[in-house]
Design a protein around this ligand. Sequence first.
Ligand code: GLU
Length: 441
Amino acid sequence: MTTTRFAPSPTGYIHVGNLRTALMNWLIARKAGGTFILRIDDTDPERSKEEYVDAIKRDLEWLGLTWDRVERQSERLDRYAQAADALRGMGRFYEAFETPTELDLKRKKQLNMGRPPVYDRAALSLSDEEKAALRAERGDGVWRFKLDHERIEWPDGILGDVSIDAASVSDPVLIRGDGQVLYTLASVVDDMEMGVTDVVRGSDHVTNTATQIQIIRALGGEPPRFAHHSLLTGPQGEALSKRLGTLALRDLREQGIEPMALLSLMARLGSADPVELRDRPEELAEGFDITRFGAAPTKFDVKDLFPLTARHLHSLPLEAVRDRITALGVPEDQAERFWTVTRENITTLNDLESWWRLCREGAEPVVAEEDRDFVAEAMTLLPPPPYDAETWGRWTGEVKEATGRKGKGLFMPLRLAVTGQARGPDMGALMPLLQVVKARG
Ligand code: GLU
């Protein structure tokens, strides 16, 4: 039985980078008919906020990435304590008392000598008396997991065979001096107890994975299958990490990006497969294959989401957007016409508002110098609204007769005068929606 999880820390809003992780795990679970867990990594009581938990759920719901159950690490602290006791019992857990400044100094010294900045395990040689003295002076120490110095290897779904020398990694701190359980321990215990079979996460976690594999084995478990996706960069290959704050899902939603545009892009970006716009998240599971993704950094350009959003909207029936249209104040009996007329001419649903304003209030006319007299004459031939489906044909016919203009020279100045834009919906279909034409004077 396939089980995956998305494990955000509720310390901020989720962004496109997190979404990639969430989506890949979701797709693996859905493709296999398995279970997808939303795991809230909230062991840090200071930085975790309920408001972010709600926002994360709202973002996933907006996307249609449904979860089968929610787990919260803050409710499982006793399990982590048990695991810590087990590790202590087998001599794989030791208390260390260095202050951050001391550790920093050690690191600098090592780097100066051209050595990797790996924790030197000085705490392992402390006697019980020395520990008691340090505890009295500095309070409880941190608890580190004692790595076995051997190579840690796993077949990674994306990176291929990974091999890391445990001696090049510091013994990870699993419990802080104030007793707070850190992510590595909590994550390992959860993945084991929740039967997680597949873990996809960013390649910034590769070293964590190495240590977690040893901890899982120490606790008598079997590591899940791991895959580490590459990190996203901007369109020029620049690091996105600092800009990710501006790529929060809630901001994309506000900009009018459609969930299926975002999911369709993210389900394939960085893989060997082309982006295909799908109608429902489940459809993306069909061709999804984690091994098709590359290890190289993946370029992401938020601009790519707009044409995909537009394409998605062009195919939608009125029912899918009726609420949005009604909310603008479009009368019930005009909704169908309004959607048919506008849907090919919008990039996001936010654009509907300006089209409705144009219908209600009219547009500022755009009239070229050489068309001034022509437009003025044409406007005397246009009756006041309301209009019907015949109005445009009848009117342009009369204008043609009166002025002798035809083709583009006839239609374009009239479109510009009525809508203020050179491009837009079919004029015959638009006219019945117009309540005001400013160019009529
Ligand atoms: N809370 C961790 C993070 O957001 C989870 C990483 C993982 O998937 O194990 O980075």
